[in-house]
Write a protein that binds this ligand. Structure first.
Ligand code: MD3
Ligand code: FE
Length: 219
């Protein structure tokens, strides 16, 4: 098909919506765009109950990314280590329920990537301000690595760092923008990954903030 006049003048109207990154990893460009306003409303309701906080690593350093959770289990770190906890240690109450728009979107994205029947029980909500970053790590606190992880990017763009099976492999740099969803499963599930230092910017829906929702099956 020849490119339209619009594409010739302004470039592609949208990116390829279903972009395989590697075996087990699929970028669904813009998959969450239609739900972005509802997702941000759900996020606001969650953090009214369990506010964002800078958790402390086992080494004693506060993370530059602030975090909250919703769902039956929430990911936490403190001096004792990394784990999933049914309760928010700050409120001593259960984490807020996962909004239906969250769980529905995660299940639809997983199915589109070939993981039908994904039922997340945990959603970690990451909040990035300019200057925040997430160093290379693996997600290994979940009980069964056969389940994928679904990630939803909202607000400011970021550069996702995608390493290999070992920390020493030099990571690929993958731009993630508002509305992008990535599904990581199978052979991609245990790869090292992180987020490069956030640049300043302004997004019409979030201002100078990037949010990332990661949906997991913790238990
Ligand atoms: C690849 N979050 O919360 S999402 C995390 O953008 C985390 O906030 C990043 O890494 C963020 O743990 C990246 C993409 C992601 C999430 C989990 C993965 C990629 C992954 C697990 C295995 C492999
Ligand atoms: Fe991670």
């Amino acid at each position: 098909m020849p490119p339209s006049a619009l594409e010739l003048d302004f470039g592609p109207v949208e990116r390829d919506p279903h972009q395989p990154l590697a075996a087990g990893a699929v970028l669904l460009g813009g998959f969450a765009l239609q739900d972005a306003v509802a997702l941000l409303a759900g996020l606001k309701a969650v953090v009214a109950i369990s506010p964002f906080r800078h958790m402390v690593t086992p080494g004693g350093w506060p993370m530059s990314v602030s975090m909250s959770n919703c769902g039956a289990a929430g990911w936490v770190t403190d001096r004792r280590g990394y784990r999933y906890d049914p309760d928010d240690p700050e409120t001593a109450r259960p984490w807020p329920a996962m909004p239906l728009v969250f769980s529905t979107l995660a299940a639809r994205a997983a199915e589109a990537a070939g993981f039908a029947g994904f039922v997340p029980d945990a959603c970690l909500i990451n909040r990035y301000e300019p200057g925040a970053r997430l160093t290379l790590h693996q997600d290994r606190n979940e009980r069964d690595f056969a389940h994928p992880i679904v990630s939803v990017s909202l607000g400011l763009p970021a550069t996702f760092l995608w390493g290999g099976a070992s920390r020493s492999e030099r990571p690929r740099r993958i731009p993630l923008v508002h509305g992008d969803v990535v599904v990581w499963g199978g052979p991609a599930r245990m790869t090292f990954h992180g987020v490069d230092t956030m640049k300043d910017g302004a997004h019409p829906l979030t201002g100078a903030i990037r949010f990332n929702l990661t949906f997991r099956r913790a238990n």
